[in-house]
Design a protein. Structure first.
Length: 206
């Protein structure tokens, strides 16, 4: 894959991203995470009830990785597997939380944005590291544009970086993460459960 071509595609697609809430009420929420086994990507999607965070459905998919990991291009590596797992769901969620970035991305088009556009679904990204931008008073800025939030889910924990992906606003992305994070877990519960399931799948495959 030619990285310059992919960059151009990201810039073009980023123009289609909508950072406004495209829903009235969230009843179900999902988390999506991926792990790797050799050249295979194992993606897991867990759908939960928004109020209780009880699991409604889980699905997994295993797909050959189309390319190696390159910062800024995670979507091209993980998206085929995540979409395959998502398409198996009988209970499609109202909002999807992704392990990755949304607008907090060099071309404002991280994994969460790309998935949101492909699935036509409200998405937001939760990442453990910033790949661009700086944090001021808990807000992430790329130059003068605010693109997300730093979120500390528990005392002494390293911060998470939240950014809207598609069809969701900055404020709602933060609110969703705050409302779905349960101590002692650092991650929002749907993402924590997806991560746990992905690791379990990996252990079962070994």
């Amino acid at each position: 894959m030619n990285l310059e071509d992919l960059k151009k595609e990201q810039v073009k697609l980023a123009q289609k991203v909508v950072l406004n809430d495209n829903f009235k009420k969230i009843q179900t929420i999902a988390g999506a995470d991926a792990v790797y086994q050799d050249d295979q990507v194992i993606a897991c999607v867990v759908v939960c009830d928004y109020k209780t965070l009880k699991i409604i459905e889980t699905q997994t998919a295993k797909v050959k990785a189309p390319m190696p990991y390159i910062p800024g291009f995670l979507a091209y590596r993980e998206m085929p597997a995540v979409i395959e797992a998502f398409n198996k769901l009988e209970n499609k969620p109202d909002v999807l939380i992704v392990d990755g970035h949304g607008a907090a991305h060099p071309r404002r088009f991280g994994l969460a944005s790309h998935l949101g556009l492909m699935l036509n679904l409200p998405t937001l990204g939760v990442a453990k590291n910033l790949i661009i931008g700086k944090v001021e008073n808990g807000k992430i800025f790329i130059e003068k544009d605010m693109v997300g939030f730093e979120f500390i889910s528990k005392e002494h924990a390293k911060p998470l970086y939240i950014s809207p992906g598609h069809l969701i606003s900055l404020g709602t992305a933060l609110k969703v993460v705050a409302e779905t994070t349960r101590p002692p877990h650092k991650l929002p519960e749907p993402l924590h459960l997806a991560h746990k399931l992905a690791k379990k799948e990996l252990e079962n495959k070994n």
